[in-house]
Design a protein around this ligand. Structure first.
Ligand SMILES: NC(=O)c1ccc[n+]([C@@H]2O[C@H](COP(=O)([O-])OP(=O)(O)OC[C@H]3O[C@@H](n4cnc5c(N)ncnc54)[C@H](O)[C@@H]3O)[C@@H](O)[C@H]2O)c1
Length: 311
């Protein structure tokens, strides 16, 4: 495992599931970890200090260093407090893993304003807010002459990059997070900060809600273990990964697929403004079978995984 000795990391939503796996692995690699978790229900309601504190206890029991933090990442001021907490407690910040999330699934025609707002707030603003404050801190350090090797890991989803029915709020936030990653990577590389994205897959309370009970195999490798994302996080946080930025990694068990982002595609070129009739005719000629998204299930298969929906 690459050594992250001396580095300071924050993992948001690290009290459970995938974030817990990231926090344990970063601590094992030598980082001091701020374990952020509001302790909300899956729908984003209530607070509970137990999840964050129990992960801190696990890290300390394994002779690592960690501290709990209960700030709500969707609150701009609270996110700044979380970044300051790391700096005050451990003297700096090197790694920011943005992972906290909630679910309020509903078909588009029935989705309420609250269901939309809550999910966009925790995922998208919950990425922007900590990232904004950490970026300002890193820019200041870089401008004062320090050579940084700082890291941001964002969390998208197959739902966001491939599009999953029933998750308009969640998928839109997750697609936006993939876009935010591309922009932040380009803006922050000059300061020595890389920004990469994970589209994870794991058995957590989140997938239980969407796909029901997904039993672990009796023996052998469990492709849905929430710790399966952790090696990628540790690898991307290593100093040697300084030139890998702006990428989105789909992870299923042992498959890590470096996804192609929105890419240039079929070009319909004219020397002047298209006439709508001619354009429609050209579209019908180029796409004789029509054009529509493939959907999440086949795309996950192409990326080296499987849909949890098909077992
Ligand atoms: N499990 C999967 O297969 C899967 C697939 C794609 C994406 N993801 C993403 O991975 C991330 C982790 O999900 P998980 O499956 O481990 O879910 P989880 O519910 O087990 O963990 C999410 C954690 O985030 C915390 N949280 C929620 N709102 C918060 C807030 N405002 N501030 C701070 N903490 C908050 C919760 O208390 C919870 O402990 C999420 O962003 C999720 O969307 C998961």
């Amino acid at each position: 495992m690459p050594s992250l000795e001396g580095k300071v990391a924050i993992v948001t939503g690290a009290g459970r599931g995938i974030g817990r796996g990231h926090a344990l692995a970063l601590a094992e690699a030598g980082a001091r970890v701020v374990v952020n978790d509001l302790g909300a229900t899956l729908a984003g309601e209530g607070t509970d200090a137990t999840p964050a504190q129990s992960v801190v206890n696990e890290i300390v029991a394994a002779e690592g260093e960690a501290v709990a933090n209960y700030d709500d990442v969707s609150d701009f001021g609270a996110a700044e407090h979380m970044i300051q907490r790391a700096i005050e407690r451990y003297g700096g910040l090197d790694i920011l893993v943005l992972n906290a999330g909630i679910l309020r699934d509903r078909m588009l025609v029935n989705m309420t304003e609250d269901e939309w707002d809550a999910v966009i707030a925790v995922h998208l603003k919950g990425h922007f807010s900590p990232l904004r404050h950490a970026a300002a801190y890193w820019r200041e350090r870089s401008k004062s002459g320090e050579s940084l090797r700082a890291r941001v890991i964002t969390t998208s989803s197959p739902s966001g990059v491939f599009g999953n029915v029933g998750q308009a709020n969640y998928g839109a936030a997750k697609a936006a997070i993939a876009g935010l990653t591309l922009i932040a990577a380009q803006e922050l590389h000059r300061y020595g900060v890389t920004v990469n994205c994970i589209a994870p897959n794991a058995r957590t309370r989140m997938t239980e809600e969407t796909f029901g009970d997904l039993p672990a195999p009796d023996e052998g490798f469990d492709p849905l273990d929430p710790g399966n994302m952790a090696p990628l996080v540790v690898a991307l946080c290593a100093d040697e990964a300084q030139d890998i930025t702006g990428q989105c990694f789909f992870v299923w068990g042992g498959s890590v697929n470096v996804l192609r982002p929105w890419d240039a595609g079929e070009l319909l070129a004219a020397d002047e403004r298209w006439d709508a009739d001619a354009l429609l005719a050209e579209l019908r000629e180029r796409f004789p079978e029509g054009a529509a998204p493939e959907g999440m299930v086949p795309m996950m298969g192409k990326a080296g995984g499987r849909s949890m929906r098909v077992g």
